[in-house]
Design a protein around this ligand. Sequence first.
Ligand code: DAH
Length: 336
Amino acid sequence: MLEKIAHIKQEFSSDLAQANDAQALENLRIKYLARKGSIAALFYELKSVSPEEKPALGKALNELRTFAQSAYDDAKLKLEQSSDSTELPFDVTLPGRPVSVGTKHPITQTIEEIVRIFKGMGFTVATGPEVETDYYNFGALNFPPDHPARDMQDTFFIAKDILLRTHTSPVQIRYMEQHKPPVRVVIPGRVYRNEAVSARSHVLFHQVEGLYVDEGVTMGDLKGTLVAFVKQFYGSSVKYKFRPTFFPFTEPSADMYISCFICNGKGCSMCKYAGWLEILGSGMVHPHLYENVGYDTEKYTGFAFGMGVERIAILRHGIDDIRLFTENDLRFLKQF
Ligand code: DAH
């Protein structure tokens, strides 16, 4: 019987070596380890051996069973693990899912481009508060008290003398109070006007202000700087003109126009059939502003300008309703 045990062990080992799929392993288990398998049959035979032989044979048989069971268990585990790694639940060769990236708001994009161009001409960037005093928004900018010029800008008052700034020009004063000339700065920011909201006007919009003060700054510098700007922003073939106007804080003052890039100056609904688009206000800084900030009015001259960002973006992209900028409609925003 010992020989039989040795023989079955050998047979089992060689069967196991060849069992390399799940079905073969299962056949192996049935042949040796199941209730009617050959090892169980040997245990059955054990009953009829002599009492002297029993202990040694029983021990050998038990060893065979333990050996076969653990060899089978190991082989089964190995097979399961290897099949796990060949049948992955996903296909690593598939292209990845695209990550959707947001875009900057068209107003932010427009401001960034304007600022980039002025930075290239040596301007730095400054900002100021949106809640202002009457002094910075009007008084220091040479709007006399009760002067009708204040009516040009419908104002949201928060308290007496406290208001939401109606333009970025107050930051000119704040900046000059803090810095001695030469001053070369652009000031982007939000402004507020107490107006009925419509497709053409809004209570909230953005401006970019500019200020350049130094010894010997002339109207020629104003013109050269703004022409350089519009050529970079609208393309070098753009036509432009300046037209006299009035602002309390500049003297002389000029509005800048460019030829309508939609109709090329022929006249269309965008330029209201004028062929020209007004794009900014500008002028030589009024000496009263220098007096208000303690600059020497004999020594320094300078120019300032201000442009509406929504207006520029509207013209550029052919947008027909200013309210779209503040509605957070992704169908609109995704186009930029
Ligand atoms: N602050 C003016 C406005 O809101 C725009 C402006 C015009 C600003 C002329 C300037 C300037 O600095 O020189 O209508």
